[in-house]
Design a protein around this ligand. Structure first.
Ligand code: NAD
Ligand code: AHE
Ligand code: ZN
Length: 370
């Protein structure tokens, strides 16, 4: 079939919206009509050329929601008409990783996914001239139709609105999951969140859900304060307004350091500040942000010797097919909020405008509606 897609032809260039060819689903695969997709900073990271795994030409996008159109041979858990959220972290429920309760990082298709290919080593997308176009993070939600493995789709309730629940495909689950699944934050904790964008705000929302007493937000952009306060931030710090070193300032503000700190910026300098502003003896710092190729983190080992720990999280530690339908339920039951964070919507033809808004710091989430 033909479908419409925003294609990343080359690193650093705007996406080009065009008709592309899409082959039907092979064994174990599912054809999905994408109804809405969010724009995450990770898409921009890859588009810009900063991603060491970035490959071109590719159809980016990994934060979508849609409807099953057709299933390939052997697919048993989904049927046409089912509402689904694509999963860049699949859940096969069989691999060594899925069988270990300590991780959500299913590895059953990671190798081909990292090469922009389906599990059989081929791509379903091509140009109208027949040249292959690569998949991205196994999802490619910047296409109106896409093909995914059955294990990379969460089936969700049909009454949930696509234009909101697409955000559960990455930002919402990553932020809330980092608090609940990875850090396992306790009631009464003190926490610091660095970066109040589409991920950091969901960390704040997760911290409120977990019953944290103090939720400090740190961002260079003061326009984020209003939204962060609405989601539960108790104190705001703009590093550009702090005289002297930020670490002692934050340690003092949190009465000795935070029980939990979260980096949602992708800046390795910020990651160090996050680690060092965690409480001596027990503070945990969780890295969520994705750093550019070649960037490395550093600190004095003494920071760890004296009881701080440094951890990371992908997709908020969530097992997608199991956890994502539950998060959709939380949204529908009003346990969590999504709507105010979706600050802009647009058609696929205007997708580059969504990236401009992200660069200018004017949006939290832009969502493309098909
Ligand atoms: P975003 O652009 O919406 O937000 C980033 C925020 O960080 C902005 O508000 C910006 O002002 C702030 N910021 C930037 N530099 C800063 C600094 N030096 N000090 C303080 N604040 C600073 O991005 P997002 O969509 O929220 O994504 C955040 C990060 O999380 C990105 O690196 C993204 O790739 C990553 N991410 C990781 C996962 C995962 O599974 N680990 C999932 C999604 C996104
Ligand atoms: N390709 C990058 C790594 C990017 C990365 O860390 N991705 C996160 C999800 S970000 C979603 O917005 C992730 O899930 N990582 C686990 C994995 O297996 O990719 C690089 O540095 O090479
Ligand atoms: Zn993302």
């Amino acid at each position: 079939m033909r479908t419409r897609a925003a294609v990343a032809i080359q690193a650093g260039k705007p996406l080009e919206v065009m008709d592309v060819n899409l082959e039907g689903p092979r064994a174990g695969e599912v054809l999905v009509e994408i109804k809405a997709t969010g724009l995450c900073h990770t898409d921009e990271f890859t588009r810009s050329g900063a991603d060491p795994e970035g490959l071109f030409p590719a159809i980016l996008g990994h934060e979508g929601a849609g409807v099953v159109v057709e299933v390939g041979p052997g697919v048993t858990s989904l049927k046409p008409g089912d509402h689904v959220i694509p999963l860049y972290t699949p859940e096969c429920r069989e691999c060594e990783y899925c069988l270990n309760p300590k991780t959500n990082l299913c590895q059953s298709i990671r190798e081909t996914q990292g090469k922009g290919l389906m599990p059989d080593g081929t791509s379903r997308f091509s140009t109208l001239d027949g040249d292959p176009i690569l998949h991205y993070m196994g999802c490619s939600t910047f296409a109106n139709h896409t093909v995914l493995p059955e294990i990379a789709l969460a089936k969700v309730r049909p009454d949930a609105p696509f234009d909101k629940i697409c955000y559960i495909g990455c930002g919402v689950t990553t932020g809330i999951g980092a608090v609940i699944n990875t850090a396992k934050v306790e009631i009464g904790s003190r926490a610091i969140v660095f970066g109040l964008g589409g991920i950091g705000l969901n960390v704040i929302q997760g911290l409120r859900l977990a019953g944290a007493d103090q939720i400090v937000g740190v961002d260079l952009n003061p326009s984020k304060v209003e939204m962060a306060t609405r989601f539960g931030m108790t104190d705001f710090v703009n590093p550009s307004e702090v005289e002297g070193d930020l670490v002692p300032y934050l340690v003092n503000l949190t009465k000795g350091g935070a029980d939990y700190t979260f980096d949602a910026t992708g800046n390795v300098g910020v990651m160090r500040t996050a680690l060092e502003s965690a409480h001596k003896g027990w503070g945990e710092s969780i890295i969520i942000g994705v750093a550019p190729a070649g960037a490395e983190i550093s600190t004095r080992p003494f920071q760890l010797v004296t009881g701080r720990s440094w951890r990371g999280t992908a997709f908020g530690g969530a097992r997608g097919r199991t956890d994502v339908p539950k998060i959709v339920d939380w949204y529908m039951e009003e346990k969590i909020e999504i709507d105010p964070m979706i600050t802009h919507t647009m058609g696929l033809d205007d997708i580059n405008h969504g990236f401009d808004l992200m660069h200018k710091g004017e949006s939290i989430r832009s969502v493309v509606l098909y």
